[in-house]
Ligand binder design. Structure first.
Ligand code: GAR
Length: 201
């Protein structure tokens, strides 16, 4: 693939997956450049992480817009202005507007802390996912990277890795073990996309 893949990340909170992607670009593992980080929440630590690496940041919240269409227009113009080729959702807790999904069809990835299609959908985010996995008595969980389409957590699965559930796990201990794998699988997968080894279609 000619040139570096221009990546934008969307995050809402701590941004540890964003950090893994930034580090992957900086080390050369990913033939890409993180050119923009968008957060819906101005207190997100993800913004701080981006600024430390001189990556442009924007706070764009749906609450500032009258309609989903207006929000989508703003997002699309910011993405186009930076010639973004791939969008990585990294703990982004808002639904991506449909107009953005259409414009970036097969070019938006999300990371989810379970083995989709299990433990996905409404209310399944962050620690709630791990609580549900433990409540269901699962022996294993994992990490899923999938394409984002109009239906929450239902897009085509691009990569998955299993993680054992150990006796005595708490939601927090499980979250920690899953996060370690997220931080490996996300940069590995984006690297395969940037190199052209993995085609998203
Ligand atoms: C990660 O575990 C990610 O998989 C999850 O939120 C966490 C964000 O952590 N995403 C979802 O639950 C999406 N449904 P981070 O801000 O430290 O990357």
């Amino acid at each position: 693939m000619a040139g570096k893949l221009r990546i934008a990340a969307f995050a809402s909170h701590g941004g540890s997956n964003l950090q893994a992607l930034i580090d992957g670009c900086a080390s050369g593992q990913i033939a890409g450049e993180m050119v923009l980080v968008i957060c819906n929440n101005r207190k997100a630590y993800a913004l701080e992480r981006a600024r430390k690496h001189q990556i442009e940041t924007l706070v764009i919240s749906d609450t500032e817009f009258d309609s989903e269409t207006a929000l989508a227009q703003e997002l699309l113009s910011q993405l186009a202005a930076r010639s973004v080729g791939l969008i990585c959702l990294a703990g982004y807790m808002k639904k991506m507007p449909n107009d953005v999904i259409r414009a970036y069809r097969n070019r938006i990835l999300n990371i989810h802390p379970a083995l989709l299609p299990k433990f996905g959908g409404k209310g399944m985010y962050g620690i709630h996912v791990h609580e549900a996995v433990l409540a269901a008595g699962e022996k294993e969980t994992g990490v899923t990277i999938h394409l984002v389409d109009e239906v929450y957590d239902s897009g085509k699965i691009v990569a998955q890795r299993r993680v054992p559930v150990n006796p005595g796990d708490t939601p927090e201990s499980l979250q920690q073990r899953v996060l370690e794998i997220e931080h490996q699988l996300y940069p590995e997968t984006v690297a395969r996309i940037a190199s052209g080894e993995l085609r998203l279609e």
